[in-house]
Design a protein around this ligand. Structure first.
Ligand code: 5GP
Length: 117
């Protein structure tokens, strides 16, 4: 691996409430908060509280949590973005992942382009 997935990330601090975030939803398994550097009028993240560094690092054991994160993203997105939205999971360096704690981006409020850059 060209990247270190063992370190604490900024998202661990947000989960622990050691760092403030604009939290929009929380339950025992996941947390959703607005992205600090939004790439669309609506841009928030849903993360598992379990420390899974990348999608690559997830396994069959994470089936329930991954499903829960995805359904939470859907529930929050469809309320805010009735005209549609985009989910993104960046994985590893070529995927432009910068925070090594698995997260789903939810983007909307403008017309998305396809293919993405
Ligand atoms: P990645 O590039 O890893 O898929 O996305 C990480 C995202 O986390 C970026 O969109 C970045 O703006 C966001 N981010 C990084 N640090 C913080 C932070 O401290 N607070 C919040 N709310 N978002 C952050």
């Amino acid at each position: 691996l060209k990247y270190d997935t063992s370190k604490e990330t900024i998202f661990d601090k947000i989960i622990a409430k050691q760092l403030p975030a604009d939290i929009i939803f929380e339950d025992e398994k996941c947390l959703a908060f607005n992205d600090v550097n939004p790439q669309a009028p609506t841009h928030f993240l849903v993360i598992p509280k379990k420390k899974i560094p990348t999608l690559d690092a997830s396994s069959q054991d994470d089936t329930e949590i991954l499903g829960h994160v995805l359904l939470t993203a859907k529930t929050l997105a469809q309320k805010r973005l009735p005209n549609g939205y985009r989910l993104v999971i960046n994985n590893g360096p070529d995927g432009c992942q910068s925070v090594y704690h698995l997260h789903v981006h939810i983007l909307g409020g403008r017309q998305m382009k396809w293919p993405p850059g």
